[in-house]
Design a binder for this molecule. Structure first.
Ligand code: F6R
Length: 615
C-alpha cells in the first residue's frame, strides 16, 4: 500500500519520479504527490486522483531540481484529500517526507510536538514523522556533517509501527535519506544517480542494480555515495543484486487492460513455473531453493499453508492436492488470523506461506511467528528479493513475471501449478508410484497448451457476460478442489465489478444460502469432476427448481444436459492435478468482461491496492 520513489542524481528528478510512480500505482491510487529540491527551494505538487493527472499538473508547474521524492497513496489515516496526500513538510518547511506504512504512536508524538509549538496541516500520521525529524534536526549541532541523517536516526528510535520512507531537507540539497521497517524499500544504483523505491518496477527502466534494505536500516545517498547503517547503527557494505527482469514484461502492449494481458500470459507463466523443475527421468519435480532435504521432508507429518486473499485460495487448493497426491495432512490458515493465535504446531510441521508480492504484512508476520517458534518455513513467491523471499528458510519462485492488474490472475494459477508440482514431489518421496509420477509430469507439461485452448473461449465468455452484467448478486458453487475455485471466482467478480458474490461448497447451499436463490441471483457452478458429477447435477437441480439461472463450467467430454443450464462453458479434459488451473480461467474471463461492461476500472478497482503492507 502506497508507493514511494526518491531520486538524486544528475538529471531532472520530476520526470523520473513521475514515471516511477506510474509503475507503482498498483500499490495505491487515491492521490499522489511530488517534491523537488533545487538549492534550498522546495517545490511541491500534490493531486487528489491518479498519477497521470498529477503528471499533467506537474509539467505545467515546471518542477525543477535533481533531488526529489514522490508518493502514490492508499489512504489509512485521513480522508482522500490534497492536504493528506504526500509529501508532508514539517511546520518549519525544512523537511519533506514520503511514507509507506502506519505509525502506531503518532497521536502521542503529535501531542508532544504540539506542545513544542508544531502545527499540522493534515490528518495523517506521516506528517508527524516529518515534524519529528525537524524537531531533532533543530537540536543537532549545526556544523555536524551528519546532522540530517542523525535527526532521521533519532526520530526512528521513537517511531512505533511500520515505515518505508524517503526524506529530503532544504538545508541539505545534496542528500537523500531512506529507511525501512516493515514496509519495503530498495535502492537502485544507476549511472550517476540513485533511486529509492518501494519496489523494482519503479526503477527497472533506469537500472537493474539494486540493494535491498533490511528492516531497521537507514541509507544516506550523498556525493555519489551510498552509506548504509544497520539497525545496530553499524555500517553495512551494500550487497548489490542484479535484477533479471525484462521491462517489456510490464508493458501493456496491445491489451486494453493488464488483467486481460495477464490472463493471456498464463501459458507462459506456467512454462516458467516448470522450467528446469523436473527430474531427468520425468517422474517427479525438483526444486533448487527449498533448503530442506528429502530426508527432512519425509519426516514432515503435517503442513501448514498460510496466506491472504487469492493466495489463501491457492492454499485451499494446495490442501486438496497435497492430501490427495502426497497423503500428508494439511491445514490452511489466514495469515492475519494465524499471527495472533497461539496455534499448537507439532515439531514435524512444515510451514509454507504463499505471496505474490512477498510483502503482504500479515503473511510476513505469520512467517516470522513460525520462525520464532522454530519451524522450518518455505515460501512460494513471485517477487525475487522480496522480504518474504529473503526471510523464509527456502522456497520456490514463481517466475510468473510482473503482475500489475490489482486482481490476481496469472500469479494465482502459477501458485496452483507449483503446489501441484510440490504435491508430486512430496508424493514421490512417499508412496506415489514411478508410473503415476510419469503420468503426472506429462499432465503438468500439457497444462500451458490446455490453458491456451481455454483462453480461446474469450469471445464466447464475453457473450455470456453480456447476459449477466446487470446482476446484483451471484453465487459460485463447487465441491472439493472446485470449492476454492468457486471462492476465487466470487472474489474476482466482487473485487472488480462490485457485484455481491459468494462462493460456497455446492452441497452446503441447502444449509442456508439457498435462501438467496432467485431469478435475480444466478449461480455459476463448477461441474468438472467425474467422480462427483452426479452429486453436482442434484445440486444444480436444486438451484434450477428455485428459478435461478445456472451458468455451468463443465468438461468438453461431459457437457451438462441443456435443460439443466442456461449457459455452459466447456473446458478441455485434463488430469486432476491441472484441473484447478483450467477451471479458474473461465472465472477470470467472466469477471473481467462483466466488470468492463459495467464500466469499472478493471486494473485499479476502488478501495484496493495490490500490495497490502499495512495490517
Ligand atoms: C485479489 C488479490 C489479493 C491478494 C492478497 C495477497 O485478486 O490479489 O487478494 O491475493 O492481497 O497478496 P500477496 O499474494 O501479494 O501476498
Amino acid at each position: 500500500m502506497c508507493g514511494i520513489v526518491g531520486y538524486i542524481g544528475k538529471r531532472e528528478a520530476s520526470p523520473i519520479l513521475l514515471e516511477g510512480l506510474k509503475r507503482l500505482e498498483y500499490r495505491g491510487y487515491d492521490s499522489a504527490g511530488v517534491a523537488v529540491l533545487k538549492d534550498d527551494a522546495l517545490t511541491i505538487k500534490k493531486h487528489k486522483g491518479r498519477v497521470t493527472d498529477l503528471a499533467k499538473n506537474a509539467s505545467a508547474h515546471g518542477l525543477s531540481g535533481m533531488l526529489g521524492i514522490s508518493h502514490t497513496r492508499w489512504a489509512t489515516h485521513g480522508a482522500v484529500t490534497e492536504a493528506n496526500a504526500h509529501p508532508h513538510v514539517s511546520h518549519d518547511g525544512k523537511i519533506a517526507l514520503v511514507h509507506n506504512g502506519v505509525i502506531e504512536n503518532y497521536l502521542s508524538i503529535k501531542k508532544f510536538l504540539e506542545g513544542e509549538g508544531h502545527t499540522f496541516a493534515s490528518e495523517t500520521d506521516s506528517e508527524v514523522f516529518s515534524n519529528l525529524i525537524a524537531y531533532h534536526y533543530a537540536k543537532e549541532p549545526v556544523d555536524s556533517p551528519s546532522r540530517f541523517l542523525d535527526s532521521v536516526r533519532r526520530t526512528l528510535s521513537h517511531i512505533e509501527g511500520t515505515y518505508g520512507i524517503a526524506v529530503i531537507c532544504t538545508e541539505r540539497p545534496d542528500e537523500l535519506v531512506g529507511a525501512r521497517k516493515g514496509s519495503p524499500l530498495i535502492v537502485g544504483i544507476g549511472a550517476d544517480e540513485y533511486l529509492l523505491a518501494s519496489d523494482v518496477s519503479a526503477i527497472i527502466s533506469r537500472t537493474s542494480n539494486v540493494v535491498y534494505l533490511n528492516d531497521g536500516e537507514i541509507v544516506s545517498l550523498k556525493d555519489g555515495e551510498l552509506n548504509l547503517l544497520t539497525s545496530d547503527e553499524e555500517i553495512r557494505t551494500p550487497e548489490i543484486q542484479q535484477i533479471d527482469w525484462d521491462i517489456a514484461e510490464s508493458e501493456l502492449g496491445d491489451y486494453e487492460h493488464y488483467m486481460l494481458k495477464e490472463i493471456f500470459d498464463q501459458p507462459q507463466a506456467l512454462e516458467n513455473a516448470m522450467r528446469g523443475r523436473f527430474s531427468d527421468d520425468g517422474s517427479t519435480a525438483k526444486f533448487g531453493g527449498l533448503n530442506v532435504s528429502a530426508q527432512e521432508l519425509r519426516q514432515v507429518d503435517r503442513i501448514l499453508l498460510c496466506a491472504c486473499g487469492t493466495a489463501w485460495h491457492a492454499c485451499l487448493v494446495g490442501e486438496y492436492l497435497i492430501e490427495r497426491f502426497a497423503r500428508i495432512p494439511v491445514e490452511v490458515e489466514y495469515a492475519s488470523e494465524f499471527r495472533y493465535r497461539n496455534a499448537p504446531l507439532d515439531k514435524n510441521t512444515l510451514v509454507l506461506v504463499i505471496s505474490q508480492s512477498g510483502e503482504t504484512i500479515d503473511t510476513l508476520a505469520a512467517l516470522r511467528e513460525s520462525k520464532r517458534k522454530g519451524y522450518k518455513t518455505l515460501a512460494i513467491n513471485n517477487s525475487v528479493g522480496s522480504t518474504i523471499a529473503r526471510e523464509s528458510d527456502g522456497g520456490i519462485y514463481q517466475h510468473a513475471g510482473p503482475e500489475i492488474g490489482v486482481a490476481s490472475t496469472k500469479a494465482f494459477t502459477s501458485q496452483l501449478h507449483i503446489l501441484s508440482m510440490l504435491a508430486l514431489y512430496l508424493g514421490r518421496l512417499r508412496d506415489m508410484s514411478y508410473q503415476d509420477g510419469i503420468n503426472y509430469v506429462a499432465a503438468l507439461k500439457q497444462a500451458p497448451e490446455l490453458v491456451t485452448e481455454t483462453v480461446k473461449l474469450n469471445d464466447e465468455i464475453l457473450e455470456i457476460s453480456k447476459k449477466y452484467k446487470d446482476m446484483s448478486d451471484c453465487l459460485f458453487l463447487g465441491r472439493q478442489d472446485m470449492f476454492p475455485i468457486a471462492l476465487e471466482g466470487a472474489l474476482k467478480l466482487k473485487e472488480i465489478s462490485y457485484i455481491h458474490a459468494e462462493g460456497y461448497p455446492a452441497a452446503e447451499m441447502k444449509h442456508g444460502p439457498i435462501a438467496l436463490i432467485s431469478a435475480e441471483c444466478p449461480a455459476i457452478v463448477l461441474a468438472t469432476q467425474p467422480d462427483i458429477h452426479g452429486k453436482l447435477l442434484s445440486n444444480i437441480q436444486e438451484v434450477k427448481a428455485r428459478g435461478a439461472p445456472v451458468i455451468a463450467i463443465a468438461n468438453q467430454s461431459n457437457p451438462l444436459p441443456p435443460e439443466l443450464v442456461d449457459d455452459q462453458i466447456l473446458i478441455p479434459d485434463c488430469h486432476r492435478a491441472v484441473l484447478p488451473v483450467l477451471a479458474s480461467i473461465p472465472m477470470q474471463l467472466l469477471s473481467y468482461h462483466i466488470a468492463k461492461l459495467r464500466g469499472c476500472d478493471v486494473d485499479k478497482p476502488r478501495n484496493l491496492a495490490k500490495s497490502v503492507t499495512v495490517e
